[in-house]
Design a protein around this ligand. Structure first.
Ligand SMILES: [Ca+2]
Length: 488
């Protein structure tokens, strides 16, 4: 064997011994990274969108164009059956930010705060602040902001000067009511809009706080697709009227009139449903792009490994369904249901969906749990940590949603199979089979064959605290008197 051959043999030996060791080291390293423990004091990025129903690509609605929200959901555990506690901005947010049910706290109307009846209560961001997190927000996180919750807060005007100028003089289009659906394609850039300012403000906060060493809780409160539906014109260009599939729905059967009211604020139906839905979807696509800025910042700053990202809406939204319902305030599945996704650092469950029935109310105990903080005594929700650890984990719970029409309170409970609603003590009841009738068109409450199920659901509903007082100004100004009979 000559010298060259000996050298070649040595190299072969070296390769034969070292390569497997090297590969093994890489594999061990990779698995160690995937099993890395979650940070003990993670950051929280809390993204809340106003009036956004679950019409999103990631939630199975192809007509909506939401690549960024879809990407966020793909990094998260998706909650397919999440429900708000009251389908209206203020009571819904008061509930999930305080951790209390609307009827426990009494915050069951627009503008009434839990803080006003429980002055020492810490809202969710305030609780994190009291435990050493830096808390800051832009936009509409609270309906009525709680200054004590934040180290820094910027309301970021609901509409920018550019939007205001564009909308000026258009009040004539609101003849049907103060908040009749109104939309407008804006001739401005994203950065010149209220929500564009929110996204850029929070992105700047992420950059500023990433290097601070102090954990942060940042709130991004986007105001669209709340009315008026304004967004830069490039988003409207994505949604010609023909991009919206026509609505095909079954006829309403035995649905009581009181359940079919959404007009607390004078919402008037638009003349052309598809045109209006296109405007709503344009605003959703606009918000999607703003969320995209935040995701890009999380990428750039490598924050995913130390940041819990929560994405939710305050309630669902009707888009001309049920024979012409618009907006919010019903107890139907479409209005009670909210899109919810939670991305947790180092999760092995990214992109998985849970069918567990959960409530917006659960967010406070969930975040407290994930961040290792003591659970405040007043919380009424439950931690979703078991579902984040295993989306298929056993989970036998119900969700409760309350609304008010004409001074009559509508209490609804959603179980795995049913949605059951009671209006007042005996004004009307509804029962929908969520398997056979997911959209809630056929009320089975009078079906004698369902008496046993109704008894169980009635007991379940009665377990929740009930408010003794329904505020006089919680009555609908335009709604017809509630009637027991069904609509034609
Ligand atoms: Ca809202």
């Amino acid at each position: 064997m000559n010298l060259l051959a000996v050298r070649a043999l040595r190299w072969e030996w070296l390769l034969a011994i070292c390569l497997p060791l090297l590969l093994a080291a890489i594999v061990v390293n990779a698995s160690a990274a995937s099993a890395a423990p979650a940070p003990s004091r993670p950051n929280v990025l809390f993204i809340v969108v106003d009036d956004l129903c679950a019409d999103l690509g990631a939630f199975g609605v192809a007509a909506a164009r939401t690549p960024n929200l879809d990407r966020l959901v793909a990094r998260s555990v998706k909650f397919d059956r999440a429900y708000c506690q009251f389908p209206l901005c203020s009571p819904s947010r008061e509930s999930f930010l305080s951790g209390r049910r609307p009827e426990s706290s009494g915050a069951i109307q627009q503008g009434r705060t839990v803080r006003s009846v429980q002055p020492d209560l810490a809202y969710l961001p305030g609780y994190f602040r009291s435990h050493g997190w830096y808390t800051a927000a832009y936009g509409k996180v609270f309906h009525k902001n709680d200054l004590a919750s934040w180290d820094r807060y910027d309301e970021a005007a609901p509409i920018s000067p550019q939007e205001k100028a564009a909308l000026k003089g258009r009040a004539a289009t609101r003849q049907q009511g103060e908040n009749a659906p109104e939309w407008l394609a804006l001739d401005c850039e994203d950065a010149d809009t209220g929500d564009g300012i929110v996204a850029r403000g929070v992105a700047a906060l992420l950059r500023e706080r990433a290097a601070s060493g102090q954990p942060f809780f940042l709130g991004a409160g986007f105001r669209k697709p709340h009315l008026p539906w304004t967004a830069p014109k490039k988003y409207f260009a994505q949604f010609p009227r023909t991009a919206i599939p026509p609505l095909r729905e079954p006829p309403l059967r035995d649905v009581p009139l009181i359940a079919l009211q959404t007009d607390l604020f004078g919402i008037a139906p638009p003349a052309d449903r598809e045109e209006a839905v296109a405007a709503y979807y344009a605003c959703v696509a606009f918000i999607d792009a703003q969320v995209g800025l935040l995701l890009a910042e999380l990428d750039q700053l490598k924050l995913w490994d130390k940041t819990i990202v929560v994405f939710l809406s305050d309630h669902g939204y009707h888009l001309g369904d049920h024979g012409g319902l618009w907006a919010k305030l019903t107890d139907f599945e479409r209005c009670a249901r909210v899109p919810l996704a939670i991305a947790v650092p180092h999760t092995k469950n990214a992109g998985r969906t849970t069918a567990g029935i959960v409530e917006s109310l659960d967010l406070y105990p969930t975040l407290v749990d994930l961040c290792g903080l003591p659970r405040p005594a007043w919380l009424e929700g439950r931690s979703l940590a078991p579902l984040l650890a295993d989306p298929a984990a056993p989970w036998d719970h119900a969700a409760f949603t309350t609304t008010i029409h004409e001074g009559v309170i509508g209490r609804s409970v959603r179980t795995d199979r049913w949605r059951y609603t009671e209006w007042g003590d005996a004004v009307a009841t509804e029962l929908y089979d969520q398997v056979a009738d997911p959209g809630n068109y056929h009320n089975l409450a009078a079906d004698p064959a369902r008496a046993a199920e109704i008894l169980v659901l009635k007991k379940l509903l009665a377990q929740n605290p009930r408010t003794a007082e329904i505020p006089a100004d919680a009555q609908s100004p335009r709604a017809a008197k509630p009637k027991k009979k069904s609509p034609p």
